[in-house]
Design a binder for this molecule. Structure first.
Ligand code: GLA
Length: 384
């Protein structure tokens, strides 16, 4: 029997695009599966290995089916899927709702049902579904509904990761389509400005994400350090480890999927530490999937944003993010999150990156933040 309850919490895994773009093959994909296991990422919950664009031939076969490029994937896709599954992982692929993919390979427009059947026959568990070359007269909503229906009737559980970059008010109809994810942003680039802008662009959309259908603010750039072979992704210099930390914290608190984009076969120790931070992952994967709400920063600094996320066990995740290149202060009042002094309660907090613990005093919480730094607390409500 199919399990229709896919992606209760945001999916976690690895995707080929950010670092490798067109330069993919079965050794890379199987190597990524090996690396997920050997590095310990799999044990932390990263389970999808996703091949992005550029995997097929430019023509369908005589039966109208997609054909993996035999030079890149000489043993075919089923063999790659079998290998990924043999490692206890799940396998993802990519197509597009238009006539072509963004890189010019065949898209699934008017081939939705046959493609869903093909993906199912290969053992695909996750489909990223892009938005390029969509015929002008077609409504995107209809096309995503069509692929969703095709996948939900292909005989296999396949997560639909819709990727229309936030067009056509996707947040307002995507959950009804049956899709499990919706990319709400344009493409991420390996620099802080991009991370910041993607985050800021979604602050009025937080109400639309939740269990079984998550706002996807794009794949992670953590640990890439300028390694993309794509000029757009890597053209303005990369990030420091501190910026990668804050990027990961933002994605975690926002409940975005955690799809790693770096070369996981060659991660630095700091990259591992960021991607494998247990508490940050626990906040991201909290079963309630509540979206964070904004709290006023009483330090009157517009560059420091404070976001609070309600967690399933009654705790709160409190994220303080300094988006600017100046040392800045964060200050919040506990009464604004439901804890005035008169309740006889306060917070006991553990900072997620350092493990430092503290108890809130005077019904407020303050922090000094280095440029681009973040503090994320797991906060427990305790009696005064
Ligand atoms: C679009 C998507 C990217 C990636 C590329 C592939 O730009 O937004 O995430 O999938 O296409 O061509």
């Amino acid at each position: 029997m199919q399990n229709k309850y896919l992606a209760m919490t945001p999916p976690m895994g690895w995707n080929s695009w950010n670092t490798f773009t067109w330069n993919i093959n079965e050794d890379l994909v199987c190597g990524a599966a090996d690396a997920l296991c050997a590095s310990g990422l799999k044990d932390k919950g990263y389970e999808y290995v996703v091949i992005d664009d550029c995997w097929s031939l430019k023509q369908r076969d005589e039966n109208g089916r997609l054909v993996p490029d035999p030079e890149k994937f000489p043993h075919g896709m089923k063999a790659v899927a079998d290998y990924v599954h043999s490692k206890g992982l799940k396998f993802g692929m990519y197509s597009c709702c238009g006539t072509h993919t963004c890189a010019g390979y065949p898209g699934s427009f008017e081939h939705e049902f046959v493609d869903a059947e093909t993906f199912a026959s290969w053992g695909v568990d996750y489909l990223k579904y892009d938005n390029c070359y969509k015929p002008k007269h077609m409504d995107g909503e209809v096309l995503y509904k069509r692929m969703s229906l095709a996948l939900r009737n292909c005989g296999r559980d396949i997560v639909l990761s819709a990727c229309n970059w936030g067009n056509e008010d996707v947040h307002s109809w995507i959950r009804s389509s049956g899709a499990q994810l919706f990319r709400s942003t344009g493409d991420i680039q390996d620099n802080w400005e991009s991370v910041k802008n993607l985050f800021l662009s979604q602050l009025d959309k937080t109400a639309f994400s939740g269990p079984y259908c998550h706002n996807d603010i794009d794949m992670l750039i953590v640990g890439m350090h300028g390694s993309s072979n794509n000029e757009f992704i890597g053209n303005i210099g990369s990030c420091s480890d501190l910026e990668y930390r804050s990027h990961f914290a933002l994605w975690a608190v926002m409940g975005s999927p955690l799809m790693i984009g770096c070369d996981i076969r060659e991660m630095s120790d700091e990259t591992r530490r960021i991607l494998m931070n247990d508490e940050m992952i626990r906040i991201n994967q909290d079963p309630l999937c509540r979206q964070p709400y904004k709290v006023k920063n009483h330090a009157w600094n517009d560059n420091v944003l404070i976001y609070v996320k309600a967690l399933a066990n009654g705790d709160l995740a409190i994220g303080m993010f300094n988006l600017s290149d100046e040392k800045s202060r964060a200050a919040m009042n506990l009464d604004e999150i439901g804890l005035p002094f008169s309740t006889g309660h306060t917070l006991e907090l553990t900072e997620v990156w350092t493990g430092d613990t503290l108890r809130a005093r005077n019904a407020s919480l303050t922090a000094e933040l280095e440029p681009f730094a973040s503090k994320v607390y797991r906060a427990k409500v305790v009696k005064l």
